[in-house]
Ligand binder design. Structure first.
Ligand code: B12
Length: 253
């Protein structure tokens, strides 16, 4: 059984020496300490490589029986400007744990749709809508975490010039990061050529454009052709009511 030093083992595993050293300390990588340093058998390297290649088991998920009731409570907190109450609710769900895609689609989106309808009907003021949207932005930012494990790849998420609605793009980024994508989140109003150039420079596997109105969805379709042509990468476009779950399933493959 051939043994190699830790530096070589790190190279074989494709990680930095310090990372391999950390794995030895945590017991993940079996090693023998010799006067010249740690030595690792090729079998131990192969075992750890195989374990790292294996897909992660899907995380256990809790279920919410009554999303409608949760949405009603969330709505009341948002329109009252009760950020602490809204944050407690979102954090409780995230800790349960509930999939972040469900939290976006079954809690945030319906409440924002309702706030939009009430703003359009004149029963909520612009100030109240802005306050609620700003709270959502901060809560989504807090939920934005990437689980451990090798990223699936790189992607870019943005809205194009003319589209100020940033929350759907933020939700797409949060959902993709939770699925181990390395996301470059460009937020809103990005010129199409700049978006394509950045996607190319970062080696993005795909580009996501979020849009909220029929005009900006149509503009995104035109822009997508430009981006596909210049990056040779798929472009996914989200419109009002489009499913984040479908986006995640499509890109995870
Ligand atoms: C908050 C808000 C704003 C805020 C945005 C702040 C922010 N930080 O985002 C501000 C004040 C800037 C704003 C401005 C305007 N707004 Co506005 N706004 C809203 C509101 C209330 C919420 C938007 C939102 O976040 N929706 C929730 C998202 C999460 O839902 P969704 O669109 O269904 O998105 C889902 C999918 O897109 C999916 N998804 C996201 N990315 C991707 C990607 C892919 C590939 C896929 C598959 C899926 C996917 O995820 C989401 C969750 O499920 C909506 C109400 C509504 N019905 O949405 C109005 C609304 C969109 N706004 C509206 C209007 C009219 C405007 C203004 C024109 C008002 C004005 N006169 O100035 C401007 C336009 C500004 C511009 N140039 O873009 C109208 C649009 C009507 C229409 N159909 O054209 C709406 C519907 C309100 C209404 N009921 O009339 N707005």
């Amino acid at each position: 059984m051939e043994a190699v030093d830790l530096r070589t083992a790190a190279e074989l595993l494709g990680v930095h020496y310090q990372t391999a050293y950390g794995w030895v300390r945590s017991g993940e990588l079996e090693a023998v300490k010799r006067p010249s340093g740690y030595h690792v058998t090729e079998e131990a390297v192969e075992r750890l490589s195989a374990a790292r290649r294996a897909p992660l088991p899907p995380p256990k998920q809790a279920h919410v029986r009554d999303w409608e009731r949760q949405s009603e409570r969330f709505y009341l907190r948002l329109v009252a400007g009760d950020e602490t109450g809204a944050r407690r609710m979102a954090e409780r769900l995230a800790k349960a744990p509930i999939d972040v895609v469900d939290i976006c689609e079954k809690l945030f989106a319906p409440v924002l749709h309702r706030i939009g309808a009430e703003w359009a009907a004149g029963t909520l003021s612009i100030a109240e809508e802005h306050r609620a949207s700003a709270i959502c932005e901060r809560l989504l930012a807090r939920m934005d975490t990437r689980p451990a494990g090798r990223p699936r790849g790189v992607c870019v998420v943005a809205t194009l010039q003319g589209e100020e609605h940033g929350l759907p793009a933020l939700m797409a980024s949060v959902a993709l990061r939770a699925n181990r994508w390395h996301v470059h989140h460009l937020s809103t109003q990005v010129p199409v050529n700049d978006l394509a150039a950045l996607a190319r420079a970062e080696g993005a596997a795909f580009v996501v454009i979020s849009a909220t109105r029929s005009e900006t969805v149509a503009a995104a379709e035109v822009a997508a052709a430009v981006i596909r042509w210049s990056t040779n990468r798929p472009v996914h476009i989200g419109g009002p009511g489009a499913s984040l779950r479908q986006l995640v399933d499509a890109v995870n493959g």
